[in-house]
Every structure is written in structure tokens, then in C-alpha cells.
Design a protein around this ligand. Structure first.
Ligand code: IMP
Length: 431
């Protein structure tokens, strides 16, 4: 299989976990390149449900090497809770999981800083310390996993982060709430426990590629939450789009062969920020319930809206999507008619491209095309030919609107509830 990036094209929760899991049988390496335990990838395998946050979804496949790249931020306790949970479920977590020595560590003061800042900013973050950890990274005062292997230097390195944190606390008039002495011991003990798996992940990756192995790069969050390309400031703090795979893994862009974009058949968003196609009312409630649209990490109800062709078209371009997977088609099974946003109107003018300015995006009115619903069950269908005509037309139309080939349609949470569209690039990757 080519080396591919799997990337969300909306505001996250598109169902990347299932697709990564499906493709993992075709690759030898799965590498996650951004984010931390703010992500929640649900994978249903052999009738069991796994909610993965930090660990690449490939962990559920025997013989696949899972890498966590330098672009990630790792909270030690969350890492161990997740690995232990997987082991209890009978999943092997041994030398098949390696973590970058360059990945940054989420520390207790990051949670405190996020609490303080969220009270003011109200981005609606997952409150997992993600933003402050990336801030310390950019501020050159972060702690990396490799630092935990040399604990003698830890107090000095932590002092920089502590200084900054205490400066913020003084400014905000709150008492600092971190026991730094105990932290050094905890971090050192974590480093010792995981010494053999904290490695130079980029080197490992290059060695795997040199052996002719294929890599699947797994993105967390999604393009519209990307720090540079998303709906700033209502974004996460990492490079969630396909370009982030090169940066966040130390993988040369020339080694990436293809990009698989993932989109829901409608749109969801968690947290604050503009969302032009938000449904509102009873319909939104219905879609939320049918789609089980509650956050994997925070259990927050997700906001639900119609498919946003402007936003997804933008993502297709930013990521260079070669093939698009449409997820959760079955959630729309009961609707009489289905709307798709093809452009926006702003101050009487048609807008085809995603505005950079969130105030402008918030003022945009979606222009909809209305398609007939199919009013029959697509749940569990596995052949495109078996879809009702209106569902086929809907899928085809989404591809036209965003300018991408649709290679896969997902009709349910299980691995097998999947339609591969023949002759698509994606279908050849499965061949
Ligand atoms: P943070 O990543 O916790 O800093 O949150 C920033 C924004 O990204 C918030 O709107 C979150 O709801 C959103 N976000 C972060 N991770 C995910 C995810 O895995 N799925 C959906 N939204 C997410």
C-alpha cells in the first residue's frame, strides 16, 4: 500500500479511527502525528468497542508497529491508563508501541493554566492541558519525553516552566497549585518504566520505510481545528491537517504518497466557534441521538449541522485529498429531505471559499441545495449497488461539490459496515 495520511476534513469526530483500523491490515506501521488525549477515536473490532485517545488505532492489529510522533503531547497518567486498559482487554502493548523522545509532556500546571484561561476565553477546549503544553513547547520551556530519561537535569528544566506558570498566577491573582518536587520523582519514574519505548521515532520510521514497509499517518482532530488552517481562534493547538504528518513525524513530504480525507455525511462540531450549517431545533436533536453525537473524551453533546460543502471543499484543497470517505450515511436514513451547503452568502455576496475571519464566517448564511431523502435503511449495507438511488445520488453529489473522489461509504460502526467504491484510488489501496 502507498504511504498515506488519514485526515479529518471537518471539525473532528469524522470516524477516522474506524477507517485507520480498516486500512491497518494493509500497512506495517501506524504513526500518529499530532494532539494528545483530547482525541477520542472509537474503533469497534470483533464486537468490542475501544475508545483510543493517545495510542494509534493500529494497536488493535497484531504485528503492526505503532508510533507516537514528535508532534504529539503526552500526559503520562493518561498514557498509562490507556495502555493498561488495552492490556486488560487482551490487546498486546509491548514493543509494538514506541513514543518519540521529542514529544512534549503535558504537566499538572498545564491543566491549571487551561482552567484559568478557559474561564476568560471560552474556546470550549477539552481541558486536557493541550493548549498550554503546546504553548510551553513554542515558548522553549517545555519538557520532552526524552528529558524524563535524564532526571538529574529535570529540576532545572522544570524551573523555566514553573517560572512562567507562577508569573501567570501572580498576574491572575491566584495561588500556584503544583507540587513540583513530587512531580520530578513521578516523571523520572515514568521515564524509567518506559525507557525502552521512548526513542527517536523519526529514525525508526525511516528504517521501516527503507525496508519497504508502508506507513499510515493518523491525524487527530481535523483540518478546521488546525492551528494554522482552521477556524482560528476556535481551534486546537497542533497541526491537524495532512501537512502536519510530515512535521509531526519527521517524515519527508516526498515520502507521503496519498491523502485520505474523512467526512461525515453531515457535520458536527464540539466547543465554541462559528458553524454556518448548524441545524438547531428538533432535527439537530434527532441527528444527535441517532448518530450518538456525544464526545468520546468529554461526553459533551456535539453540535450537528448539514454537510458543509464550502468547508469540506476547503479541506480537500488544503490537504490535497486523493480520496474521500463518507461516514455515517445511515444516520440520515429517516430524513424526508437532506440539505447540502454549496456556498455561503455574506452581505449579499456569494462566498465560495472558506473565510479566514471567524466573525465573517459567523455572519455567513449557508446556501443550500436540497436533495430527497431515501427513507430506507442503509445501515449495514456493504455494496454501493445496494444503496437506494437517492443515497447513491447524495454521495455522488457530495463528491462533486467538494471536488474529490468518494472512495468509501461507511454505513455503521462495525469494520464490516463499509462500502468500498470500485475503481476509486481508495479501493486500489485495499487490493
Ligand atoms: P483542545 O484541543 O482541547 O485545546 O480544544 C480546542 C478545540 O478543539 C475545542 O473546540 C475542542 O472541542 C476541539 N477538539 C479537540 N479535540 C477534539 C476531537 O478529538 N474531536 C472534536 N473536537 C475536538
Amino acid at each position: 500500500m502507498p504511504n498515506i495520511v488519514v485526515v479529518g476534513t471537518q471539525w473532528g469526530d469524522e470516524g477516522k479511527g474506524k477507517i485507520v483500523d480498516l486500512l491497518t491490515g494493509r500497512v506495517q506501521v501506524v504513526a500518529r502525528y499530532n494532539g494528545g488525549h483530547n482525541a477520542g477515536h472509537t474503533v469497534i473490532a470483533n464486537g468490542r468497542k475501544f475508545a483510543l485517545r493517545l495510542i494509534p488505532s493500529g494497536i488493535l492489529h497484531e504485528g503492526v508497529l505503532c508510533l507516537m510522533g514528535p508532534g504529539m503531547v503526552v500526559e503520562p497518567e493518561a498514557f498509562e491508563t490507556e495502555t493498561e486498559g488495552l492490556r486488560e482487554a487482551g490487546v498486546e502493548v509491548a514493543d509494538n508501541l514506541l513514543v518519540s523522545d521529542r514529544a512534549h509532556v503535558i504537566l499538572p500546571h498545564h491543566f491549571e493554566l487551561e482552567k484559568l484561561w478557559e474561564e476568560r476565553r471560552k474556546i470550549g477546549t477539552t481541558r486536557r492541558g493541550i493548549g498550554p503544553a503546546y504553548e510551553d513547547k513554542a515558548g522553549r520551556r517545555g519538557i520532552r519525553l526524552g528529558d524524563l530519561l535524564r532526571p538529574a537535569a529535570l529540576p532545572e528544566k522544570l524551573a523555566l516552566a514553573r517560572d512562567h506558570y507562577e508569573m501567570v498566577c501572580r498576574g491572575a491573582g491566584v495561588a500556584p497549585a503544583v507540587d513540583w518536587a513530587a512531580l520530578v520523582d513521578r516523571l523520572a519514574a515514568f521515564g524509567e518504566r518506559h525507557r525502552s519505548r521512548i526513542v527517536d521515532v523519526a529514525m525508526v520510521l525511516h528504517a521501516q520505510l527503507a525496508r519497504g514497509y508502508s506507513v499510515l499517518c493518523e491525524g487527530a482532530q481535523a483540518t478546521l481545528l488546525d492551528l494554522d488552517h482552521g477556524t482560528y481562534p476556535f481551534v486546537t493547538s497542533s497541526s491537524a491537517s495532512a501537512g502536519g504528518a510530515a512535521v509531526g513525524l519527521g517524515l519527508a513530504p516526498t515520502r507521503i504518497d496519498a491523502v485520505l480525507g474523512i467526512a461525515k455525511a453531515y457535520t458536527t462540531r464540539v466547543g465554541s466557534g462559528p458553524f454556518p450549517t448548524e441545524m438547531g431545533g428538533e432535527l439537530e436533536e434527532k441527528v444527535r441521538e441517532k448518530g450518538g453525537e456525544y464526545g468520546v473524551v468529554t461526553r459533551r453533546p456535539r453540535r450537528c449541522g448539514w454537510f458543509d460543502g464550502v468547508a469540506t471543499r476547503y479541506s480537500v484543497r488544503v490537504n490535497g485529498v486523493d480520496s474521500l470517505a463518507i461516514i455515517k450515511l445511515d444516520v440520515l436514513d429517516e430524513l424526508d429531505e437532506i440539505r447540502v451547503c454549496t456556498s455561503y452568502r455574506h452581505a449579499g455576496v456569494t462566498v465560495d471559499a472558506m473565510p479566514a475571519d471567524v466573525e465573517m464566517l459567523a455572519e455567513c448564511e449557508p446556501v443550500y441545495e436540497t436533495l430527497p431523502g431515501w427513507k430506507s435503511q442503509t445501515a449495514g449495507l456493504r455494496e454501493f449497488a445496494d444503496l437506494p438511488q437517492a443515497a447513491k445520488d447524495y454521495v455522488t453529489r457530495l463528491g462533486e461539490i467538494v471536488g474529490a473522489e468518494v472512495g468509501l461509504v461507511s454505513t455503521g460502526p462495525d469494520r464490516d459496515d463499509t462500502i468500498l467504491i470500485g475503481r476509486s484510488a481508495l479501493a486500489t489501496w485495499f487490493a
